[in-house]
Design a protein around this ligand. Sequence first.
Ligand SMILES: Nc1ncnc2c1ncn2[C@@H]1O[C@H](COP(=O)(O)OP(=O)(O)OP(=O)(O)O)[C@@H](O)[C@H]1O
Ligand SMILES: [Mg+2]
Length: 222
Amino acid sequence: MSLQIRDVRKEYPTRSGSLKVLDGVSLSLERGDAVAIMGPSGSGKSTLLHILGTLDFPTAGSVQLDGVAPFELNERDLAAFRNRRIGFVFQDHHLLPQCSVLENVLIPTLVNPEANKPELLKTAKELLDRVGLSGRIEHRPAELSGGERQRVAVARALIQKPALILADEPTGNLDRASAAVVGKLLVELNSRENSILVVVTHSQDLAGLFPKRLEMGDGRLL
Ligand SMILES: Nc1ncnc2c1ncn2[C@@H]1O[C@H](COP(=O)(O)OP(=O)(O)OP(=O)(O)O)[C@@H](O)[C@H]1O
Ligand SMILES: [Mg+2]
């Protein structure tokens, strides 16, 4: 996986005119890279992450993931590409309330017909063990604390060993000790799987685990 974006701009139309959020963002990452993006609230960090994850499109500029221009794919190919290659940890965890913790972790694998079920089950349990939830795999999200749900979301993002991992405030709801566990897990798995990890965070502790740190401000990456 390689990630290349050049001069990405994003404007949102609003009732009071157009809101310029990204004003020429360029970033180039290779396999094994791990980067933390910091910056004030409202500076466009989540917007950038959504564009990197192909969940939102740029107003201008180019995005290339693994030599593919994702926004030129049709909707079906883009969805498949996203599912197989990108893992997300969102600011809101988006767990399915009616599914157990274990089922939630396995959700990204359901659309993959070649999935090796016993192997995935083993990986899911290992990941849940790593984030300290091995005793809670049959629980529903409503029976977990906010931080525990966030840890489930991290395990779910990693289940398919995605080539690109995008995490928006993955330790936002966690105490210091759990935050360190989750942060280290992300960084360690990224280096083991030789993937690309991009994390957005306000936490100096979390950012400190990353070899590369960037600051978002005035719609640009500094
Ligand atoms: N769909 C939208 N329509 C209009 N404006 C939007 C939309 N999504 C985001 N914005 C605006 O874009 C700006 C950047 O938002 P974004 O969520 O990227 O910030 P952020 O850096 O992630 O902030 P935080 O640290 O608070 O999560 C904000 O001013 C926000 O109000
Ligand atoms: Mg945000």
